[in-house]
Each structure stands twice: as structure tokens, then as C-alpha cells.
Design a binder for this molecule. Structure first.
Ligand code: GRG
Length: 293
């Protein structure tokens, strides 16, 4: 599985690369900072999950590729901003210097902004690759909604505001569903919509992704306590350093592990209820709570 995932990530990187800007012109620095961050590695889970859900519903075309690039651009923009001194103040990510350390605070803010809006420009390239303009329009709306104030940015707002303060389980779930879950929901839902899945199946995919998102963030919290910096590629104990309440600080390591496993089972039950079969997607969902980075 690890090897297959590695090969898949490499293949996805080829696709991402084809959508990155050429490093030329007076504004060359912004292109370099964007490409540095996009090429820094990472598991490429969101585009991989998107394409596997697309395949689950019978999708075969290349129209999914601009959407795959767009979701990874949005994810990368969020990592650039998350690492800034005004947020988590981290110097390493994916085993490399963070964008603000490599390019300066000002350029990192701009590179995050640039990737965010370039993602929309990139997703819009799918219009020229299909006869079904409506589904592309719907996917761009999903990207915007899941990224914005009702999604990732909304979740991050509550997260930042509550840093160093007591956080109830209810609020923590809200933060996780939005800050982490929303982009995973967008990834999988866009895969379904682009493949022409029914409304009922799209709703099921969104619920499946929501469970995956929560389990994924719980595992992220677990790795921040138990992980190896050399494997993860970023500092561990970052949550403690930033006085963050996490699933582990609230519920303890053992319950965190149990709850992540339960959420994974919920996601898999939904997957089994859907038409079609995709063994790789099933394994991938299992793997998300077994990962070491
Ligand atoms: C871009 C305008 C704008 C705002 C960003 C900072 C912010 C708002 C949101 C933070 C969202 C965030 C970083 C949530 C954590 C999600 C998470 C667990 C990320 C790690 O994802 P992986 O493990 O990373 O897939 P790799 O490196 O493998 O891609």
C-alpha cells in the first residue's frame, strides 16, 4: 500500500506540475514561492482521494485533473499561512523550510493568497475539457464554500481565537469539521460530482468525507504527540508549544485512537453502501489513521 501510494503521489505530482506557472516576468518571485511550496512534497491525499472517488463513480476523463491541481493549491495555501509567525510560527514543513522562512513573511502571505486564487483559475480550465459546464460551475462553488467562511477559513478563525483558552468538545468538533474536514469533503464531493454521481450518492460521499476528515485530524493530533519529526517532516509537540487544546488533550491518547478507528468504520460503511467498488480507496481510508506522517 505504501509503495502504491508513493507511486500515485508521484503521478499526481506530474499532473500538478503541469498546472504550475512558469517562473518568469517581473513578478517571478511570487511564482517561485508558489512552486517551491507546491513542489515541497506532501502526501497529495486530497487530489488522490478526489480521483479515486471520481473513478468509483465511473469517471475516466482528464477533466478531473484541473480540479485535482486546484484542491492541492488550496491545501498548500493553507499550509503556507498556517506556518506564518502570526499563526503557528513553524520553520519546517514536509522536511523543508517553510515558505515564510525561505521567501520572507511578505512573500509567504502573497504566495498563500496567490495559490488560493490561482486554484480558481485552474479549476475553471475544466470548462474547456467537458460538455457539462454546469458540473464544473458546481465544483467551483464547492471549492469556494468549503474553503471559505463556512469551511476551512471559518474553522481556522475559531481555532485561532480559542488558542490558549479552554475549548469544549463541541467547539473542537466544530473546528475540526471546518478547518480540516471541509477540504476533504470538497475533494471527495468534487470527485463524485465530476463523475456524474446522483444527488443521493453525493450526499453520502459528503458524509463519508466528513467522518474521514475528523479521523484524519485526530490522527494528526496523535502524531503531534507520538510522531517522529524526521518522518513527519515538521516539528512535533507543536500543539503544546502553541497552547492548543486537541482531541488528545481533551480525551486522552487511547480514546483518541478508538474514536479515530470508529470514524473510519463509519466512513467505510458509507463507502460499502455506494454503488461501485474501489479497493484502493478502501485501503486509503484505512491507511489514514495508520499513517506515520
Ligand atoms: C489560505 C486565506 C488562507 C487561509 C488559510 C491557516 C488557515 C487559513 C487554515 C489552516 C488549515 C489547516 C492547516 C488545517 C490542518 C489540516 C491538516 C491536518 C493538514 C495536514 O495535511 P496533510 O497531512 O499534509 O495532508 P501534507 O503535507 O501531506 O500535504
Amino acid at each position: 500500500m505504501k509503495q502504491r501510494l508513493g507511486e500515485c503521489a508521484k503521478e499526481v505530482e506530474g499532473i500538478l506540475d503541469s498546472y504550475l506557472p512558469a517562473e518568469e516576468g517581473y513578478q517571478k518571485t511570487i511564482f517561485e514561492a508558489m512552486n517551491y511550496s507546491m513542489r515541497a512534497g506532501g502526501k497529495r491525499l486530497r487530489p488522490i482521494l478526489m480521483r479515486e472517488v471520481y473513478r468509483l463513480f465511473g469517471g475516466t476523463g482528464r477533466e478531473i485533473e484541473p480540479m485535482m491541481a486546484a484542491i492541492e493549491m488550496i491545501h498548500t495555501s493553507s499550509l503556507i499561512h498556517d506556518d506564518l509567525p502570526c499563526m503557528d510560527n513553524d520553520e519546517y514543513r514536509r522536511g523543508k523550510k517553510t515558505t515564510w522562512v525561505a521567501y520572507g513573511y511578505d512573500m509567504a502571505v502573497l504566495a498563500g493568497d496567490a495559490l488560493l486564487i490561482y486554484a480558481v483559475e485552474t479549476a475553471a480550465r475544466a470548462f474547456a475539457m467537458t460538455d457539462d459546464a454546469a458540473k464544473v460551475g458546481r465544483c467551483i462553488a464547492i471549492l469556494a464554500e468549503k474553503t471559505g467562511i463556512y469551511g476551512m477559513i471559518g474553522g481556522q478563525t475559531v481555532d485561532v481565537e480559542l488558542t490558549g483558552k479552554p475549548v469544549s468538545r463541541d467547539k473542537l468538533d466544530f473546528i475540526y469539521r471546518l478547518k480540516t474536514g471541509a477540504l476533504l469533503e470538497a475533494s471527495m464531493l468534487i470527485g463524485a460530482v465530476m463523475a456524474g454521481a446522483s444527488e443521493k450518492d453525493c450526499e453520502a460521499v459528503e458524509r463519508m468525507a466528513s467522518a474521514v476528515g475528523l479521523a484524519f485530524q485526530i490522527q494528526d493530533d496523535i502524531l503531534d504527540v507520538t510522531g517522529d519529526q524526521a518522518v513527519i517532516g515538521k516539528p512535533v509537540h507543536s500543539d503544546e508549544k502553541n497552547s492548543k487544546t486537541t482531541y488528545v488533550t481533551l480525551e486522552g491518547l487511547e480514546k483518541a485512537r478508538q474514536d479515530a478507528a470508529k470514524l473510519t468504520e463509519t466512513a467505510l460503511d458509507i463507502l460499502y453502501s455506494l454503488p461501485g467498488k474501489n479497493d484502493f480507496l478502501e485501503e486509503l481510508i484505512h491507511m489514514l489513521i495508520r499513517r506515520e506522517k
